[in-house]
Design a protein around this ligand. Sequence first.
Ligand code: AMP
Length: 419
Amino acid sequence: MSFKKFNFHGKILAGVEALGYTEPTPIQMQSIPPILAGNDVMGLAQTGTGKTAAFVLPLLQRLMQGPRRKIRALIIAPTRELTEQTHKVIGQLGRRTGLRSLSVYGGVSMRPQITSLNRGVDIVSACPGRLLDHIQRKTIDVSRIDVLVLDEADHMFDMGFLPDIKKIISYLPSQRQTLLFSATMPKDIKALADKVLTDPVRVQIDHTAPVASVAHAFYPVETDRKTDLLKNILDNNETGPVLVFTRTKMRAKRVAQQLDRFGYDATALHGNLSQNNRQKALDGFGCGRYKILVATDVAARGIDIHRVSHVINYDMPDTVDAYTHRIGRTGRASETGDAFTFVTGSDTGPASSIKRVLGKRVKHCVMEGFACSSSAGERQMRKKRRNGQRDNARTGPKPTFRSKPKGRLSSKRAQRHAV
Ligand code: AMP
């Protein structure tokens, strides 16, 4: 099926062609018709499925008619990066439409935002805090909003933005189209959806399982050997751009510095960086100056980085959804990718949840010298050492097969086990 079927304005189709999209993704096929028909939509879709274009395209179509330079579409998202990303996609898809888009978030001066708002814009992508600030100072006019998009609603909730969002909505016209996208539907988001959506059309893509084109592997490791394991993987694996996730800002910084010392072009992306430095890190990674980006979840949320070949979870994500979000950076829009997750003895809880969702798709890889899939495994190893047995580094579940090595990584040093 081609995009022509949606009867988009020629100027919008030109944007689609310029980006090289030939066929709509499943979320686009499901969402675009009801959005074009003016329905409210509740989209259960993870990042990496093409959900941004799924709402941006029909939104541009709607804005082709009617007054210009009045804010008629408002997109609210949890992070600056995602806001910037959406603004960029609007710019790309809408570049022939003459519609003006602006991104609005905190951590930077208000003045240039106010200047742009005064000049007149059609679409605003915003983070809740700064948007509310503008509304309360009356530096933004949201009285003519036709379409409201709440993107990554579950993360906005996780980040404590729900009260701000409710306040923002109270300033908007009640006659409007509302679209809500979320990777998961916890009960608070369901309650919000019930409140803000009128008779919504529900679209759902792939529940919370990560996209199918990603290969998943768990690597048992002791906590203090993680950087060695990371280096080992990078040394022995042919990779494209690699995204490494850590739990804390400090660790992101430290791991990036260590990799840099090992001779890798690595940089860090975390919340302690100024907006300018975050953008520099993202741009540097995007253009290939850095081959490895070490990031925290919040900093990397929703960002669209093309052609990430490997996502490496240096620290185990807390939930399946966090895993899904991280892994959403690779295997995007039908490319393939690898996801490696380091598992220490204290990670068995989240590791089993992820395994429950992915089933046999997760391979359990033990790199010789980097053992221990569980504290029980660690105890067993210590006992073996005490008994003077040779440590052959194979612990954890009994291996059911040994596959032929994949690429350079799975040389003799790596053994793969089904979990
Ligand atoms: P998103 O889920 O919106 O972050 O999109 C993920 C990636 O898919 C982005 O790199 C988009 O440019 C890309 N994408 C979106 N729609 C399509 C499409 N119809 N065909 C190919 N790539 C797409």
